[in-house]
Write a protein that binds this ligand. Structure first.
Ligand SMILES: [Mn+2]
Length: 414
């Protein structure tokens, strides 16, 4: 819980710009650990088991060709399939070399090493602990037993892990890429996912507001980045959801800059693009501020991006196609003196991964559905001068789209 003194110390809050945040919520996985005697098959409560079953069924519902089992196999970090966590709900742990098996009934189980046995207990899905390499391979073979068709997540599995599955599957088994169905299922978030995303977005939004007093001439970009990540972790984030971008002055004109040694100077645009990782769920927010007073040109650029974002926001509704959302923002920018300076897509789906599958861009044929979450992030980049990006994470609902990121979108002159 943030203390009253801390809340009051935020200049935006004092000026009444920022809405007070609600009480701390715990959206964790409140299932009690199973009794000690259930060490081989760990079975947590039914409610979350049902939630996981719904996710597995959602994947199967999107298949174009039926399969007998879907095998998700992790390699070594960072080659971990986030869908493993989508299907198991296990909130902590790395799970290198672990595998999950999902069946058409919605039933699932997964394999874990002894390293993550305690984390595995927190999953509503039953886990089997492998003791060594041979035992692990035996359990993988058992998971694939009798399967004639095995689904794999081709976009995430390594070639080595795939070769291993082929070796351990029944003779003659056919392998089918089910990645499209997995992406499709993951695009639509359930209540648990939305709660975690909301918290992740709240942490990032609050962190931005809290570090504002530290944005002063002379401070280096990487110091600002460290400050943001530190602040997010103090609020409960596991870490940053991606490498923090702090681009000042001319560096703000490069959309995928990271953070360098440059010191902030009076008159700079500073683009801060960052996000929190909260119980595996990502947020992604960008704010652009001016150090000192904004020039007329800076105000014009900022105001154009803000209008573009608002126009896209208005179109983020159920049934609208991705490219039409992108066009709403692009049309605003292309009708301004900054035509052609919006050099990337408008946004992307966000969830267990920062780029979670779907995109909103000039060629996107994705139809927006209720409970999808996308970033809305138009920008204008003027080489050698600087750039502005405003990015928020947005929940598609049955009615109006909702901002999950809440930090002020006004142009701040610091
Ligand atoms: Mn983004």
């Amino acid at each position: 819980m943030r203390s009253a003194a801390m809340a009051f110390s935020c200049p935006l809050r004092r000026r009444g710009i920022v809405a007070a945040t609600g009480p701390e919520i715990d959206n964790g996985y409140p299932c009690a650990p199973p009794p000690r005697n259930q060490r081989r098959m760990l079975k947590p409560p039914r409610l979350y088991w049902n939630l996981m079953r719904t996710r597995v069924r959602a994947i199967y519902a999107g298949l174009t060709e039926p399969v007998d089992v879907i095998a998700l196999s992790n390699s070594t970090d960072p080659h971990i399939d986030m869908s493993f966590f989508y299907a198991t709900g296990v909130p902590t742990g790395l799970f290198e070399g672990c595998a999950a098996f999902l069946y058409p009934s919605g039933r699932a189980h997964f394999l874990t090493s002894a390293l993550e046995e305690e984390s595995a207990r927190k999953s509503p899905v039953p886990a089997k602990v492998f003791r060594n390499r041979d035992h692990r391979q035996k359990l993988i073979a058992a998971g694939l037993a009798a399967a004639k068709k095995v689904g794999i997540n081709a976009g995430e599995i390594t070639h080595r892990a795939f070769s291993e599955l082929k070796k351990l599957a029944p003779r003659g088994a056919k392998f089918i890429d089910v990645s499209a169905a997995i992406v499709q299922a993951r695009l639509v978030k359930d209540a648990q996912e939305i709660a975690l995303l909301r918290r992740s977005c709240q942490i990032a939004s609050e962190a931005f507001e809290e570090i504002l007093p530290h944005l002063r001439p002379g401070v280096r970009e990487y110091e600002v980045a460290a400050d943001l990540v530190h602040t997010m972790q103090r609020k409960g984030a596991t870490g940053a959801s991606f490498s923090t971008i702090v681009g000042s002055g001319p560096n703000s004109a490069e959309p995928h800059y990271t953070a360098g040694e440059r010191r902030l100077r009076r008159g700079d645009f500073v683009v801060l693009d960052f996000g929190a990782l909260y119980r595996r769920y990502c947020s992604d927010i960008t704010r652009t501020v001016v150090i000192g007073r904004a020039s007329r040109k800076q105000k014009e650029i900022y105001e154009t991006v803000a209008r573009a974002q608002a126009a896209a926001q208005e179109r983020m509704r159920e049934g609208v196609v991705g490219k039409d959302v992108d066009a709403a923002a692009r049309d605003v920018i292309d009708a301004s003196p900054y035509k052609g300076r919006f050099i990337h897509g408008l946004g992307h789906s966000i969830g267990l991964a920062v780029h979670d599958g779907g995109g909103l861009n000039t060629v996107s044929t994705l139809t927006l559905k209720r409970n999808m979450v996308f970033s809305n992030e138009p920008g204008i980049y003027v080489p050698r001068f600087g750039g502005v990006r405003i990015e928020d994470d947005v929940l598609i609902t049955a009615t109006k789209p909702r901002f999950l990121t809440t930090a002020t979108r006004e142009l701040l002159e610091l």
